[in-house]
Structures are given as C-alpha cells and as structure tokens.
Design a protein around this ligand. Sequence first.
Ligand SMILES: Nc1ncnc2c1ncn2[C@@H]1O[C@H](COP(=O)(O)OP(=O)(O)OP(=O)(O)O)[C@@H](O)[C@H]1O
Length: 547
Amino acid sequence: MDGFSGILAVGQIILLAAILALLFSQGKAQQVNKSYLERESEKELAKLNHLRRISLTEPLAEKTRPENFSEIIGQEEGIEALKAALCGPNPQHVILYGPPGVGKTAAARLVLKEAIKSPASPFKEGAAFVEVDATCTRFDERGIADPLLGSVHDPIYQGAGPLGIAGIPQPKPGAVTKAHGGILFIDEIGELHPVQMNKLLKVLEDRKVFLESAYYFSENPEIPQHIHEIFQKGLPADFRLIGATTRKPEELPPALRSRCVEIFFKPLGDEEIREIAQNAAKKIGISLGKHALQTIVKYANSGREAVNIVQLAAGLALGEGRKRILARDVLFVARAGNYHPKPQIVLSDEPAIGRALGLAVTGPKSGAVLAVEALAEPAENLPGSINVSGIIEEEKFSQSHTELIARSKIRGALDNVFAVFRSQTGINPQKYDIYFNFPAPWPVDGPSAGLALLVALYSAVFRCLIPAKTAFTGEISLLGEICPVGGIPDKIEAAVRAGVKTVFLPWGNYPEVEGNKKINLVPVKSVDEALNYLFAGKDQSLPSSLA
Ligand SMILES: Nc1ncnc2c1ncn2[C@@H]1O[C@H](COP(=O)(O)OP(=O)(O)OP(=O)(O)O)[C@@H](O)[C@H]1O
C-alpha cells in the first residue's frame, strides 16, 4: 500500500464511522421520540376519556327531531316521491327543493332506513349515510384537502409519516367514498363551488373517484400495492346522492339536474305549523296554552322556527317552575329572537269596488294570495295618468354571457289590460287618472295578474262591486282571451288556505284542479265571459262626467 492509498483507507474508515455514529444517534433520537410520543398520547387519551365521561342531557332539538315519516308534517307528497326515488330496486339521485326548515334534511335522514327494509333495495343493513354541508366544505384549488371528494397527502408536507418519508403519496378518501354503498346527503348543494360540482358530476358518472398526485409513479417499487390500485383504478364511490337546496331549480347547474330526480317540499301552512309545535311540546313533556299556540303560529314561518320557539319558551316556563308554555313566553322569545309576525292577507267579508284578489307563485310549491287595488278618477288633464305601485318594473337576465334588460311581465300585462278594456267597453282609459296598487310584502311580477287587473279596473271605472273572497288568475291576450298560466295547483292550495271561496281561472288550466271540492272553481275562456259572469245584470253606470 503506498502513502496515498493509506490516506484514502483512513478517510474511508473515518467516513464510515461518522455514518454509523449518525445512524446510531438517529436511531436513538427516534427511540426517544417514540417513547415521548407514547407518553404524550397516553396523556391525551386520558383527557379524551375524561371528556367522554361528561355528558349533558339530550338537547331539545334532538328530542324533537322526527323519528319516522309520520312525524314529518305536511310533506306527504314529497316523502312519497322521495320513497319512490330511493326505496325501489333502482334508486336514483335526488335533489330536494324547498324553503328552509320544512323537513328536507329530516326526510333525507329517514329514507335510507326505509329503503333498507325493502328486500329489493340494493342498500343493505349498515349502509352508510354521510352528511355534508356544502357551505362548509372547504374548496382548495391545489387539492391538498378535499373532504368531499378526497385528496392526496403528498410527501412534501410535514408529518407525512413513514410513507411520506419514503416519498409515497397517501390517498385520503373523501365523503363520496365514505358513502359508498349508501347515501351521500349534501345540504345546500346549490352552494357547492363550481369546480367541486363538476368533479362531483364526474364521480356520479364513473361511480368511483380518481385522485392525482405529482408524486405518484406507477414504476415506483416502493409504493405499496393498495396505493397503486387506488391511483390506477380509483377509489370506490358508488352511492346515491340526495342534494337539498333552498334555491330555485333554474339556479342549479343543468348537468346536475339532468342526473337527478327533482322533488319539491312545500312551505308549511298555519295548520301544519300548529301541529309541529304541538308535537314538539309533547315530545319535551310540556303543555302549550291555546294563546301560546296561536302566537307561535303567528310568528313561525317554518317547522324549524316552530320547534325553536317551543324549545326556548319551554326553557322560560320550566325556569319559572311551570309545565305549561304561556303566550307571554312565546312573545318574549319572539322579541328576543327578532321574529316578525308573518305577512298575512286578511280577506274582507264585504264586496268592494276596485279591489280584486290575485294569485301568485313565490317559489316551487308556494302559492300566495295578494290584493290588487284599482282607482279610476276622470282625468282633469288629458291624457290621464297611469300610476302603478308594488310591481317589478324591469327584469335582468343573461343570455350567452350578455346581460339583457327587459320590461317586466306585469308591465306587458298592463298594456294588454288597457287595450282589452278599451275594445270591450269602448272607453278610452286615457280619459282617467288610473292608480293600481299591489299591497304585497314583495314586488309583484308575472302575466297571470292580467285578469285580476282587468276586473279591478272594470270595477273601478263602472263602480261595480267585486264579490268578497273571490280571486282571479289568468293571462289576457290582446284579443281578450284568457290564456293558461303556471303554478295553478299551488295557487289554488294557497287560495284554500287563505279562505278564498271562488277562483276564476283559465279554461285551459281547469283540468289541473278539476275535482277540487274545497273551493268553487270558475273556468273562463274570455274576458267577456268573466265580466258577464261577475257583473251581468248589475248596475253599471259610468260617472256622470263620462256617461
Ligand atoms: N315538516 C316538518 N314536520 C315536522 N318537523 C319539522 C318539519 N320541518 C321542520 N321540522 C323541524 O325542524 C327541524 C329542522 O328541519 P330540517 O333540518 O329537516 O329542515 P330543512 O328543510 O332541511 O332546512 P334547511 O334547508 O334549512 O336545511 C327538524 O329537525 C324538525 O324538528
């Protein structure tokens, strides 16, 4: 061995010794680390067990939660449709529409249990029901964390564990995989980020979810087989979706809607709110005075509000040692919770000049009764003026990324009303100062107000009485025909609820509600027919100035 080789050998020995020392110290450090972690984990477990031993009484909200379909009040049709969509041998994806707090989530939670009972159902005992709130699902463009669809824990992140240290990406299943074989319920699905929505649609299509990572190489022999399988074949995600939303159907992506059965839950009427409040009080073991119940009905807009008011009022009553809720408890809760009495139309028993009732649709399955008032005074200066309040003046909509502004439909309906009035009566409306008012809590739109507007105008000009508790719906054509309109069953239901006795409706809509015995339906084909039916043979004299 020459001098140079000797130096090299010594160098190698020193290097080897240094590496061995480093490995030894690392091993030692890992041992110290491990025992430190074990001690810390034991402490944390003890704390966790201590927390678990503490429990309060069952919250009232849980006590009052519907436990079977018969406890969900007023949604029989929606529940029937939900069962038809999910309890058969071929369950479908579903979107549940409806206002807040009317039982959508409650029904979704129960439907899986119902489906499992059916031997033909592919949902089996133990099938998962996974609930996600789209307003809380974090969307992360880098895909580092995605609780809905799943994500990949890449080795660059701290705490990646032994697999991370070995440079192996770790897939983390999301809700779509956790729901495999069961139901994924996404509350407020309309709020999902558009990118997440598109990814979800892909999962619905494939029935599995594919995850991606820049750290995955199919040739990497270090990667365990199960991770290869996940990256190459996807994670299972065969579930049925129930999406619930308070939005309107047209506000949801058409691609989602076309993959789902659409079911509508309706707003709850006073009778239903009453029943829900009574049931809630019974479940928490407290009685409800008559006035207390009436006050709850006055303030609660939904099942959730009814139950919440009962719970808080019960707290007040129990605090004072009472087992009965009084009206003052409810009023206190209403004031403290900033509840407002529901806007309610009070129908007069007396016929009136210039006041007709109209019927509107305020959302899916929600009809409403509203008043239309008209006043017509001979104009001092010709032409007379036309003044309308309580309506939408213009509408904005987008078409091919262009924003368009159009005149509102009710403005168009008014033009037709004046033209038809003139052709039917021979009187030029410009001889009058005309006032229309819709005393509704929201601005009104829609062509179906045409018939009510015409009747109110006719009554105002000819000073003839419109019968009490009579409502009108129908679009008026320039030729005086009464054309069919949308939402008739919901409008008629709203009319019945409000105490309307008679509804004039387009002949073309009559088959939708024929056989309804709760209300007197008058189908009409033309304005002439409607006016004859209402006013024929009654004194119709024009003001002397115009006669
Ligand atoms: N139709 C109903 N019958 C009985 N209880 C109801 C009804 N609707 C609501 N409730 C009560 O209100 C609570 C909340 O209702 P739920 O969560 O089902 O409403 P939701 O329609 O899903 O509302 P959101 O759109 O705000 O999520 C229920 O747990 C129940 O106590």
